[in-house]
Write a protein that binds this ligand. Sequence first.
Ligand SMILES: *[C@@H]1O[C@H](CO)[C@@H](O)[C@H](O)[C@H]1NC(C)=O
Length: 331
Amino acid sequence: MRETTEDYRPFAAQLSNVYLTILALFCFKLFVRITLNLLTHFYIIKGNRKEAARISAEFYDNGQGHGSWADRSPLHDAASQGRLLALKTLIAQGHSVNVLTIDHISPLHEACVRSHFACARALIDAGANVNVTTIDGVTPLFHACSAGSLACLELLLQSDARPQALAIFQPSPIHEAVSRGHSKCVEALLAWGADVDYEIPHMGTPLYSACRCKEFICARMLLDEGANVQRGTHIETPLHAAAQKDCVSIVKLLLEFGADINARNLEYKRPVEVAPPGSLTEGFLLIYEATPRSLRHLCRQQIRESMGRSRLHLLPHLPLPKAMKNFLQYR
Ligand SMILES: *[C@@H]1O[C@H](CO)[C@@H](O)[C@H](O)[C@H]1NC(C)=O
């Protein structure tokens, strides 16, 4: 019995030591935090908000992973945090708006990726390059599309930014907007001249991306703008992708726009054969195959084909009854 208590005592002492150590560490951390807070407060009182912001960003934001790159400028930080006043002050103090990090990220990239419209505008007004590209080929426009920020996107486009990637291996803004379902951004890009059938090898066309990501509204918008319903990747058509994803609404949409139900992919399979067995899509495609197309459906397709993509927007001006025009536009 005695032995056990003797064994137990040193252990208890160790335990209290551990607790003491933790307590000491905690007190030390608390002390550091209070000191930093006081320091920040002191800077704010002295009117040096910039230094105060820097201190708090450095000591409290390091968990976010973006505040700690050594080569980021104060402009990057202000743009990323959406601090317009600080940003304008820095610009007025003569900081260059086109300062880049090692991987060529500009303050404009930062403002766009976080949808800080006012900061993006201040940067562009001060002469920021709207076509600036990171070493990965990412432009501010691409970031605006990822974030779904229509305001930033339109600002960039109005400022003469390139609506489309320069080369097929660069990240494509329209694919990004489509795959995230930002249909308004897709609409703006198309209005500013992005190619609706822009095909990149690993992702295919925007329509194919919409099908893979089950983005019905984007798919509809692309088709309305005259996207080629048969063009997907070199491997398969958009209908294959929609069937594979078991997305009946998009499958119906594609078929209505004249997708070929008998198209074969690289493995020589038809859409019905890539749909999940027993799925709704498979059932729908089987019935569709067995049903003859209606004459008016075939006529509509024929008329649209003869008009051609570049003239589809003239459909509303044809001297036809309104019901007919609506029908031709799938409305
Ligand atoms: C951006 O690039 C596009 C196409 O490369 C060009 O037409 C446009 O003038 C450029 N914009 C600016 C502001 O340099």
